[in-house]
Design a protein around this ligand. Structure first.
Ligand code: SF4
Length: 334
C-alpha cells in the first residue's frame, strides 16, 4: 500500500508563523497618484521586460500553492491597468490548493472589468476610498474621479463580488470629518468598511504619517453615533472587527502602528519584477526573476521559496524608525 503523499509541510517562517497568503503585485503603475503612496510626477517605474510574464507568475504561484499557500490577492500599483487580468485570474484559480483569489483596486476601471473578473474566479475585492467628497477625493488621489469609483463599486456589486470591502486611510486634517459618512455609505450599500492607520511607506514630507491618526480616536468618535459590539469577519487579514448594532455592517480596524499584528503575519509579497518581499516594513527580499529566466525546475523553485522564507523578519519597525522610508507602497502593493 503506497504511503499517502506527505501533506505539504507548509511554509513556516523562522518565528513559527504559517505563510498561507501571497500578495501579488501585477504592476507598479497606477492611474491615480495618492499623495501618501506615489508622488506626483513619479516616473521610476519597472521596465516591462522585467515584469514577470503570466507563465512565470503561474509557475511561482503553483510552487507556493504546492507549499500550502491558499490565498492570493492581486494588487499593484493598480492591477486593473495590467492587460488580460481575467486570463491570469482564471489560471490562478485553477491552481491546485488555491482557495481564494481577490483583488485590491482603486476601482476607477472596475466598471468595465467587474463582470469578467467575477467570471474568471475572483471572489471578492478591496477598494481604496478615502473620501466621499469629489474635490477632496481628487486632491487625495492626484486628480481621480470619485464618480468612476462609485460606478466601479456598483458594477462589482452587480457582478456578485462579495464581500466588497472599503479601505479608508484615516488622515488627520484631511478626511477625519467623514468617518460617520463613510459608515453610512457602507450601511447603504452593504459594503464592509475598514479603517487603516497611515504607515510611513512613501515619500518624505507630505506622506501619510504626517497625517497619522491612532484608530482608537476613530472608534471613540463612531461609538458616539453607532452601537458597536465585537464582530467577526472570515478571512485571515489583520483587521479587528466591530459590528454596527441593528445591521450586518462590520467595521474593521487595521492598526499597523498603534497595535501591530506582526505576531500573526501570514503573508509575503511578490512584486511585478519578481522580487519576493518578506515584509512590508523591511527590506528583506529575494530575487526570483533571474532564477526563473535561467530555467529553474519546479522542485528547485519550491526549495528556493523555503530558503527565501528564512529571511522573513519578525516585524516592522515603523515606530522605531518612522523616518526610514523603505520604498513607495506601489512597489509592493500594500
Ligand atoms: S509589517 Fe511585516 S511582519 Fe508585520 S504584518 Fe506586515 S508583512 Fe507581516
Amino acid at each position: 500500500m503506497p504511503k499517502p503523499a506527505d501533506k505539504p509541510q507548509g511554509l513556516i517562517d523562522p518565528f513559527g508563523r504559517h505563510i498561507s497568503y501571497v500578495r501579488l503585485s501585477l504592476t507598479d503603475k497606477c492611474n491615480f497618484r495618492c499623495f501618501y503612496c506615489m508622488p506626483k510626477g513619479f516616473r521610476d517605474f519597472e521596465e516591462p521586460e522585467n515584469w514577470l510574464t503570466f507563465d512565470e507568475i503561474e509557475r511561482v504561484m503553483r510552487a507556493f500553492a504546492g507549499l500550502g499557500v491558499s490565498r492570493i490577492r492581486m494588487t499593484g500599483g493598480e492591477p486593473l491597468v495590467r492587460k488580460n487580468l481575467p486570463e491570469l485570474a482564471q489560471r490562478l484559480t485553477a491552481l491546485p490548493g488555491v482557495q481564494d483569489l481577490s483583488v485590491s483596486t482603486n476601482a476607477a476601471l472596475l466598471e468595465n472589468h467587474a463582470q469578467a473578473l467575477a467570471e474568471a474566479g475572483v471572489s471578492r475585492i478591496n477598494v481604496s476610498l478615502d473620501s466621499l467628497r469629489s474635490e477632496r477625493f481628487a486632491d487625495i488621489t492626484g486628480g481621480g474621479s470619485l464618480q468612476t469609483v462609485i460606478n466601479g463599486l456598483l458594477a462589482a456589486k452587480k457582478a456578485g463580488l462579495r464581500p466588497i470591502k472599503i479601505n479608508m486611510v484615516a488622515l488627520q486634517g484631511i478626511n477625519d470629518d467623514e468617518f460617520v459618512d463613510m459608515v453610512n455609505f457602507c450601511l447603504q450599500h452593504e459594503f464592509t468598511l475598514r479603517f487603516i492607520e497611515a504607515m510611513p511607506v512613501g515619500v518624505s514630507g507630505r506622506d501619510a504619517s504626517s497625517h497619522y491618526m491612532d484608530l482608537a480616536q476613530v472608534r471613540t468618535e463612531l461609538e458616539q453615533h453607532f452601537d458597536l459590539s465585537p464582530g467577526v469577519m472570515p478571512g485571515g487579514g489583520p483587521a479587528r472587527y466591530l459590528r454596527v448594532g441593528g445591521s450586518d455592517l462590520n467595521i474593521g480596524f487595521i492598526t499597523p502602528i498603534s497595535q501591530h499584528f506582526c505576531e500573526t503575519c501570514n503573508r509575503v509579497r511578490l512584486s511585478v519584477d519578481g522580487t519576493l518581499y518578506l515584509c512590508l516594513g523591511q527590506e528583506n527580499r529575494f530575487e526570483l526573476r533571474p532564477l526563473l529566466r535561467q530555467g529553474i525546475r519546479d522542485d528547485e523553485l519550491q526549495a528556493v521559496l523555503r530558503k527565501a522564507l528564512a529571511l522573513k523578519p519578525e516585524r516592522h519597525d515603523f515606530n522605531e524608525n518612522p523616518e526610514r522610508i523603505v520604498r513607495i507602497m506601489s512597489m509592493t502593493g500594500g
